[in-house]
Design a protein around this ligand. Structure first.
Ligand code: BES
Ligand code: ZN
Length: 424
């Protein structure tokens, strides 16, 4: 399905059977039906109806982000279309046989459980994806890996140097945010018994769908398996993931990228002792009802251990989103080879999100068993990757494409030649 590198790209849709299909076949009479819909979707849906000379009725009840509406059965198809066109969602509403059932659904929504959006995975934002990908520079990724892996002996979660590294990253990301009012950087502090080291989060507020959140993360801490007094440069595990994300942030800011959905970049604390930072963050998102539509984890991207370029971890991840990520590779990274593997356990922060019911994926550097043998030792340095961050470039570009196609939105500066293209 690939067209040219920068040309129009194919549309890929993976939607469940629309809610209206069954109802439509039931008979010719246009009966009244009840639906519940996210309140954020009401206005775009209403506008789409108005554009066709029809009115969507006012909600009978609205509570905690969910509205109950009485509509005509014949309107369901148009509603599904509007949801898809305007909001990039599959049907995105639930139909109910009776008013009582619809109102009960609204009442029942008070709990933390969000009205989970079934997202439509589309690949149709090539201009933005190519603009972001073209800005990715190996030299910047290398520079961040070097800073993280050589400034401190270790980024261990319970040592001052681990806290210092978090503050350094916060300051680096704040500099990159460059005073943009729609971008914020904050420490996510944990109880000291969980992790003295805080996590770091950069948020780009979405322009049109701010309540739908796309998360990209990696872990900030490092560890030496022999004990806390040993050095743990963690150049691959996971300075490489954090550095790849930092480069996506830099490019996004340099290109004036404004996502439709809210995008959050996260550097998690205390992954190495049991996914503690990400578990706290994912749990907080769940309990406060944040609609996280997708999570991408980058943990170990700079060591070429297998003949494949990118290996998708298939356990503790979401199969539909993994397919989407594989399709992004096919579409935007021509010549980059991909396959799948399993960890066999929740081996990184994607598992924290997966365990809370959010769709997560982890593109990884090698087949299991062929990954970097130096991790968790004092030898996890950039030297093991010949002093280069070239292997991480494809992961940073994949993360850029993931942001462009899942969070959508636009850049103000188009594509430009990269160092790879020009040999710089
Ligand atoms: N980056 C590793 C995970 C990893 C290592 C994945 C090798 C694939 C191949 C991660 O930082 C880590 O060490 N995770 C722990 C598990 C965690 C729950 C403490 C591990 O794998 O032992
Ligand atoms: Zn790791």
């Amino acid at each position: 399905m690939r067209t040219t590198k920068f040309g129009a790209v194919a549309l890929l849709l993976m939607c469940a059977t629309p809610a209206f299909a069954e109802a439509k076949d039931k008979g010719a009479q246009d009966k009244e039906v009840w639906i519940t819909i996210g309140t954020d979707a009401q206005e775009p849906a209403r506008a789409a109806f108005r554009a066709q000379g029809q009115e969507l009725p006012a909600p009978a009840r609205e509570k905690d982000g969910v509205a109950a509406l009485r509509v005509r059965e014949s309107q369901l198809e148009k509603l599904a279309e509007a949801m898809h066109d305007k909001l990039n969602r599959c049907a995105g509403f639930i139909s109910h046989d009776t008013e009582a059932q619809a109102l009960a659904a609204v009442e029942g929504s008070t709990s933390a459980q969000p009205l989970q959006t079934l997202i439509a995975y589309t690949i149709d934002n090539g201009t933005t994806a190519n603009s972001l990908m073209s800005g990715v520079l190996e030299s910047n990724i290398r520079s961040t890996i070097t800073s993280l892996s050589t400034t401190w002996t270790t980024r261990r979660y319970n040592l001052q140097s681990g806290i210092d590294a978090a503050n350094w990253l916060k300051s680096r990301w704040t500099t990159l945010a460059n005073g943009r009012t729609d971008v914020s950087v904050a420490l996510f502090t944990h109880p000291s018994t969980v992790s003295p080291q805080p996590s770091v989060i950069l948020t780009i507020q979405g322009t049109t769908l701010p309540n739908e959140v796309v998360v990209l993360g990696g872990h900030l801490d490092s560890i030496n398996g022999s004990g806390s007094s040993y050095s743990a440069p963690g150049a691959d595990d996971d300075a490489s993931g954090v550095a790849s994300l930092t480069e996506v942030i830099r490019v996004a800011m340099a290109k004036g990228y404004k996502p439709a959905r809210t995008v959050k970049f996260m550097a998690y604390a205390a992954e190495e002792i049991g996914l503690r930072g990400s578990a706290a963050i994912a749990s907080q998102h769940k309990s406060t009802g944040v609609n996280v539509v997708g999570v991408l984890q980058l943990d170990m991207t700079n060591y070429r251990g297998s003949s494949y370029d990118i290996v998708m971890v298939s356990d503790y991840t979401n199969a539909a989103q993994n397919t989407f990520v594989r399709n992004l590779i096919t579409q935007y990274l021509p010549g980059v080879t991909a396959t799948s593997t399993t960890c066999g356990y929740g081996c990184s922060d994607h598992a924290s999100w997966h365990n809370q019911g959010y769709p997560a994926s982890m593109p990884f550097e090698a087949l299991m068993g062929q990954d970097n043998p130096y991790i968790h030792t004092s030898s996890d340095t950039l030297t093991q990757s010949a002093g280069s961050a070239q292997n991480s470039v494809k992961f940073a570009k994949l993360a850029a494409a993931y942001v462009a196609e899942l969070a959508k939105g636009t850049t103000t500066i188009a594509l430009q030649p990269t160092d790879a293209d020009t040999g710089r």
